[in-house]
Write a protein that binds this ligand. Structure first.
Ligand SMILES: Nc1ncnc2c1ncn2[C@@H]1O[C@H](COP(=O)(O)OP(=O)(O)OP(=O)(O)O)[C@@H](O)[C@H]1O
Ligand SMILES: [Mg+2]
Length: 270
């Protein structure tokens, strides 16, 4: 089953320059997809169209088989969680607890049930010890984990990360990637769409989608995408280290499996 189906989507902000012209894209339910693409290629616009933060002008987007329209947009939006780049812009509550509670309150969840849900999701992202702290005093990585807990507490079908780790240091990035991997284990039906410039994250995904000039330039498994190094270079995109190495070996007539390369690199770095 498809979580997201986009058909012939055309969109422009100013009626002159089109961000998308006839874009079609399918994303299977339960997949972890990484979306790559240079600055201005339309990634965030796509996320906003899927979540209904922007209105569809031409074409259609279906979420779980239901076409987004004016009437159902609020229902559909409730089934999609989004985590943005800047953790500071995502806090409303005075404490971490209030913040995770915010979406639940909007859903009129009863108080005793709410406390249970808050504790459960704070624990899942490793923030249960911080529930009474002020969000503004947390580190960037901790803030993003709270934002993720708030989104997960709503049990969305789809979670979109729009460069959610780009403002974090390597440790914060690693922590959030671990939370994403854990989410995948815990919620097998949840579809995850992660927009990022971090090509190393793409290695963890089921599928990589490369957006360029308002079109899907490549879509496939990390292996299928990253062997196309000449095309990726043309699209100004970086390639994960293991594939740089694999492609270089391949060009010199040496075929080597990425798993073997990873093992070798690990051994050399010990
Ligand atoms: N609110 C807006 N009004 C007008 N044009 C916009 C608006 N937001 C984005 N654009 C334009 O739409 C195009 C796509 O922008 P978008 O933000 O979707 O790119 P992106 O792929 O997310 O880029 P980045 O990697 O820099 O985040 C760009 O040319 C951008 O200038
Ligand atoms: Mg963007």
């Amino acid at each position: 089953m498809r979580a997201i189906e986009i058909k012939n989507l055309t969109f422009s902000y100013d009626k002159q320059e089109k961000v998308f012209n006839n874009l079609s894209l399918d994303i299977e339910k339960g997949k972890y997809c990484v979306v790559l693409g240079r600055n201005g290629s339309g990634k965030s616009t796509l996320a906003k169209l899927i979540t209904g933060l922007l209105t569809i002008q031409e074409g259609q987007i279906k979420v779980d088989g239901i076409e987004i329209n004016e009437k159902n947009i609020y229902d559909i939006r409730n089934r999609i969680g989004i985590v943005f780049q800047n953790p500071d812009n995502q806090f409303i509550g005075a404490t971490v607890r209030d913040d995770i509670a915010f979406g639940l309150e909007n859903h009129l969840v009863a108080q005793d049930k709410m406390d249970q849900i808050i504790n459960e999701y704070a624990q899942k992202v490793g923030m249960d010890k911080y529930l009474d702290k002020e969000p503004s005093n947390l580190s960037g990585g901790q803030k993003q984990r709270v934002a993720i807990a708030g989104v997960l507490a709503m049990t969305p079908d789809i979670v979109i990360f729009d460069e959610a780790t780009s403002m974090l240091d390597p440790k914060g990035k690693k922590e959030i990637k671990e939370v994403i991997l854990k989410m995948r284990e815990l919620f097998k039906d949840m579809t995850i769409l992660s927009i990022t410039h971090d090509v190393e994250e793409a290695l963890l995904a089921d599928e990589v989608i490369v957006v360029d000039n308002g079109e899907i330039a490549i879509q496939g498994t990390p292996e299928e995408v990253f062997i196309k190094d000449d095309l990726l270079k043309k699209l100004s995109l970086d390639i994960p280290f293991v594939y740089k190495f694999k492609n270089l070996l391949g060009k010199n007539g040496i075929e080597m499996d990425t798993i073997d390369i990873e093992k070798m690199v690990k051994k050399l770095c010990q």
